[in-house]
Design a protein around this ligand. Sequence first.
Ligand code: SF4
Length: 384
Amino acid sequence: MSSEPTQTSVYVHFPWCERKCPYCDFATEPIRTRELPHGEYADAVLRELDARATDLQGRELKSIFFGGGTPSLWEPEALSRTLQGITGAFDHVHNQLEVTVECNPSSLTRQSAALLRKAGVGRLSIGVQSLRDRYLRFLGRLHDSKEATAALQEATEEMPRVSADLMFGMPGQTLQELGEDIARVAKTGVRHVSAYALTIEDKTMFGSLHRAGKLRVAPQEQYAELFEHAERCFTDLGWDHYEVSNYAAIGEESRHNLHYWRGGAYVGLGAAAVGCLDHGPGRARRWRNEPNPQRYLQQQTVEAEVEKLGPEEIVREALMLGLRTIDGMNLVETAKRAGRDPRAGREREIERSMERGDLVQAEDWLRVPQDRWLKLDGIVRDLF
Ligand code: SF4
């Protein structure tokens, strides 16, 4: 192991929600809040952390992200105990450790935000999705626009950094409506937004309705127009479009997500969590934990799937994630991780993409110009 500790992030999955949203295919189950096993889940995650102790040696903890699911349903005391356990498990902790908790407006209160702050959380990511009641009802959300605005307002007063999730592409949504949502979110003091297109996933209620012809979706051109309009609105605010779906005021980028998009090592803890750790150049190990929360709580062995990544898989992963960002993929860093030049074997594809203007190389970075992001999936596929 080198003397420089490897920067490593931790993702903790909280696998429950108050209700399953009809478009959501995340690994999460609906639960009555009084039935939540707060302490038991913290115990199980800490047990898993303990079992991974050898893997954490020589690593520096860079960020922790509590995602889900709805981690704001977790009692702050249990979440805080988990957080302390994670920071204590690393020999080195970054002096700007970023700790984020995903929240829903319906389960975030001023008091819970204050408790999380006290526990060491510095960033909240709030699932607002829209500030229009019509679309919130369509999306099956538990909050209305008033509650969402109040949650954002209170969060920005209690927490140094707050992000909001917005969704676009609901049937009938206009550019003006999206622009107004963006302006209202920014007005609350939020300085980071993740803006995702509504997609219809197979194994969801929306998927079944769509197959049965009972759900209208926005045409493809409307998504493109909304995407471009969102970019204009954020640019007018002076924010950076630093990843395909993410916008931030200067210096407000999610360090956790940037680490992940740049191919950094991460430990996944909790039911359905995914982790991936490097084991020398050209070698990494990715695992997915038992997705069923009840089985996760009872089990000793939590990994349901394990995958060994070799040089080519590491390069593909780097292309898929790195090219989503404004800086692109770092050729030198990727070569170090993959144990070989990431361009090897795909020189012609890279050249053709460059001729078309879909790829640009500037010094050590290979990137997709921002005006080609709507075609990103196809551009990356051509490089595989
Ligand atoms: S609250 Fe979030 S994670 Fe939970 S079901 Fe809805 S979209 Fe999915």
